[in-house]
Ligand binder design. Structure first.
Ligand code: PBG
Length: 307
């Protein structure tokens, strides 16, 4: 009765990796129990999501073919576009959030368009805006840009508005630290940079004030919610954003956070369900409204049983 922090199934967003090809359900080595799915196999996971009562998913594309500028990401028949059409047709009740970035679609694996050996911010923003329009045309309910370029929220907002998609919200990854916690995701999404790192556009984890500036910029440019990632080592940031701004916050319980729990609990070093609850509730306690988590389904099933 007097507990003041609660975790609800509605707070959970489940990430799905969709890949090209047929009849594929590939387990991700570093993320036991998580898979890449081809569109024809999505039913496996979507049925589970529906029965667990989770209402929102976020999609990541894992295409076979990549190119220098990630143009494959604008293709109306691209992998994420195909998945969105399939999901909206067969599972219309789900809120489909489309992650928006270049790194899975470029041969060099960087989140931006490379010119003279470096990421060209403004060109990247233009390409991302085209990708956003293409994803919304396919039926995406929400766009979530995760590239960390400057000025992209304003540009994406303008592009969506011009094409008649004024009502599509943008959940911005406003705060994205350059982090070792993304290690397993790079296995899952095949998006490791072939050279260099992401430190020129992702944030330095020794900075905290910068995080607040990033949120302020994105709110002014039109973000409807902000995503903070990673989550677990950054709860101080979640809490500061919560106190300073009145905008919904989504914490991303990222791949490395998932895999550490999976490895330790597979060895019986920690008790899996209890530790996941403690972790997810800590994110709510810090101020997150919602949480993107690979644990979403297993925890939703527990929450449903407890009711
Ligand atoms: C990049 C992106 C990353 C994640 C999602 N989108 C990080 C990166 O590779 O730099 C990480 C999510 C996770 O670790 O679960 N577009």
């Amino acid at each position: 009765m007097i507990e003041d922090v609660h975790l609800r199934v509605e707070d959970l967003i489940y990430p799905i990796f969709v890949c090209d090809g047929n009849n594929i359900k590939n387990e991700i080595k570093s993320m036991p129990g998580q898979f890449q799915y081809s569109v024809d196999k999505l039913q496996d996971i979507l049925d589970k999501i529906i029965s667990s009562k989770i209402k929102s998913i976020i999609l990541f594309g894992v295409p076979d073919k990549k190119d220098e500028h990630g143009l494959v990401a604008h293709n109306p028949e691209g992998i994420v576009q195909k998945a969105i059409k399939y999901i909206k047709k067969n599972y219309p009740s789900l809120l489909v959030i489309a992650d928006l970035c270049n790194c899975q679609y470029t041969t060099h694996g960087h989140c931006g368009t490379i010119v003279d050996g470096d990421v060209d911010n403004d060109l990247t923003v233009k390409n991302l805006s085209k990708q956003a329009v293409s994803l919304v045309k396919a039926g995406a309910d929400v766009i979530a840009p995760s590239d960390m370029m400057d000025g992209r929220i304003l540009n994406i907002r303008k592009s969506l508005d011009e094409k008649g998609f004024q009502k599509t919200p943008i959940f911005s990854y406003s705060i994205k630290y350059a982090s070792a916690f993304y290690g397993p995701f790079r296995d899952a999404a095949n998006n490791s940079p072939s050279s260099g790192d992401r430190k020129t556009y992702q944030m330095n984890y020794k900075n905290s004030e910068e995080a607040l500036r990033e949120v302020e910029l994105d709110i002014n440019e039109g973000a409807d919610a902000v995503i903070i990632k990673p989550a677990l080592s950054y709860l101080d940031i979640v809490s500061r954003v919560k106190r300073k701004f009145n905008i919904p916050i989504i914490a991303y319980n990222v791949s490395g956070e998932f895999s550490m729990v999976a490895a330790a609990s597979d060895n019986n070093w920690v008790e899996r369900v209890n530790i996941i609850f403690e972790i997810l509730i800590s994110m709510k306690r810090a101020g997150a409204n919602a949480i993107i988590s690979y644990h979403a389904i297993e925890i939703a099933e527990k929450l449903n049983k407890d009711v």
